[in-house]
Design a protein around this ligand. Structure first.
Ligand SMILES: [Zn+2]
Length: 122
């Protein structure tokens, strides 16, 4: 059943209508994107993530990680790939060695945070 426009807010989901004349909407109804000329899907997706992050705290957290990784690791010219995450994790291991941090303990704490944050938004 389509409940758009009947008072119920749909969850955020990107729908790219055109990259040629750059048009996209979010199914929540709170965001539209139009720009003159062509834009890549990745460009439109980046714009949409800023909107979605404002409504979903875990999306905002993922956006922070994505921004951090894209600033340093670019195994693909236009998008984040799994290899970027692997490279970052390897470098974090080197940093922990250098500083004497217990990576296994930090990962255990990080996992607890992740589980709590994931559970908080269900
Ligand atoms: Zn939305």
């Amino acid at each position: 059943m389509d409940t758009r426009g009947k008072g119920k807010i749909m969850p955020c989901k990107l729908r790219i209508l055109s990259t040629h004349d750059a048009q996209a909407v979010c199914l929540c109804g709170r965001w539209t994107f139009t720009a003159p000329g062509e834009r890549t899907r990745e460009h439109i997706r980046e714009e949409w993530r800023r909107h979605a992050g404002a409504y979903k705290p875990n999306t905002k957290r993922a956006n922070k990680a994505r921004t951090m990784l894209r600033a340093t690791y670019q195994n693909h010219p236009t998008r984040l790939v799994a290899e970027d995450v692997a490279d970052a994790l390897a470098d974090i291991r080197h940093l922990c060695d250098e500083r004497g941090f217990n990576l296994a303990e930090l990962d255990r704490i990080a996992y607890q945070h992740y589980v709590a944050e994931k559970g908080a938004t269900k």
